[in-house]
Design a protein around this ligand. Structure first.
Ligand SMILES: C[S@@+](CC[C@H](N)C(=O)[O-])C[C@H]1O[C@@H](n2cnc3c(N)ncnc32)[C@H](O)[C@@H]1O
Length: 272
């Protein structure tokens, strides 16, 4: 491992706003953010009280450098934000910026998204942002897509009833897949556009600055689509397992229009 990565890994271990695989956190995030705001050093997670949230909690999944967690933290001082990713060197960037700028409502969790239910209590999270996740284009990997019902069922375990999920992606295929999931399971679609910055949505009264926060991967345009796709929907229905066969059949018919896959993304990752 490179020297720079080692330095970043060591740095985040000392940061109050980064928790690596934290144990016993469900129900404690409100108390944690109160300690962070007070400037407490070495916050003892075990001693935090489980309490009803006093502020909305928003989660950014696959946050990378955490542009959304940090950007939203700046825009909404009365909400708390957590960026979650497995890569410590990326989290370091967002956590360092939050520390530098005194954003006490922004924190990061280093862990696997597959383990996400371990960290939040029922109804503890109000919204989820999924920002430029790997589209996992191969059909055999469809279950790894972060908007696959398998993941949506995990999110339902801690999202408030009818809580909102936002997906931003450059991948037309992931966009189509997600719209298909929403339709098949009868979830409430709030907004979907395959060209966010030239959309009617952008011209509408519903537009807010938060939709235009730019992430590192947004700038890379790996899918070569030159379009930012955005979907906002509610996780407001049960997601029966039996429908997964139907979903498999539908998506097997999709034409994959992108030339890139995980390899391209990993290639870019290697250059960082
Ligand atoms: C393409 S990058 C996007 C990063 C950032 N959201 C952006 O837009 O710049 C995808 C991110 O997902 C993270 N990731 C992929 N699979 C993951 C998993 N199972 N658990 C946690 N993070 C994961 C990677 O570490 C990577 O930072």
């Amino acid at each position: 491992m490179g020297q720079k990565k080692l330095i970043k890994f060591a740095a985040i271990k000392a940061y109050e706003n980064v928790l690596e695989y934290p144990q016993g956190m469900p129900g404690k995030w409100d108390a944690f953010f109160q300690e962070l705001a007070k400037g407490t050093i070495n916050i003892s997670l075990a001693d935090l009280a489980v309490s009803q949230p006093t502020k909305p909690l928003v989660l950014e999944l696959a946050c990378g450098r955490g542009e959304y967690a940090v950007g939203l933290g700046r825009l909404f001082a009365n909400q708390n934000f957590i960026g979650l990713d497995i890569k410590g060197n990326r989290i370091w960037k967002g956590a360092s910026i939050a520390n530098r700028d005194g954003l006490k409502n922004v924190a990061f969790v280093r862990t696997q998204i597959d383990q996400v239910t371990q960290y939040f209590a029922k109804e503890e999270v109000n919204e989820i942002w999924i920002t430029f996740p790997d589209p996992q284009l191969r059909l055999s990997k469809a279950k790894r897509r972060l908007t696959h019902p398998k993941f949506l069922r995990l999110y339902q375990q801690f999202l408030t009833p009818g809580g909102i999920v936002h997906l931003k992606t450059d991948s037309p295929n992931l966009f189509l897949f997600t719209k298909t999931v929403i339709e098949l399971y009868g979830l409430s679609l709030i907004t979907a556009t395959d060209n966010l910055y030239s959309s009617e949505f952008m011209q509408s009264d519903n537009w807010e600055d938060r939709y235009a926060i730019k992430t590192y991967y947004e700038g890379l345009n790996i899918a070569s689509s030159n379009r930012i796709h955005y979907i906002q929907f509610k996780l407001d229905k049960e997601l029966p397992i039996e429908l997964e066969e139907k979903l498999k059949e539908i998506i097997a018919e999709f034409e994959i229009t992108e030339t890139h896959d995980s390899l391209a993304r990993n290639g870019k990752q290697a250059m960082e």
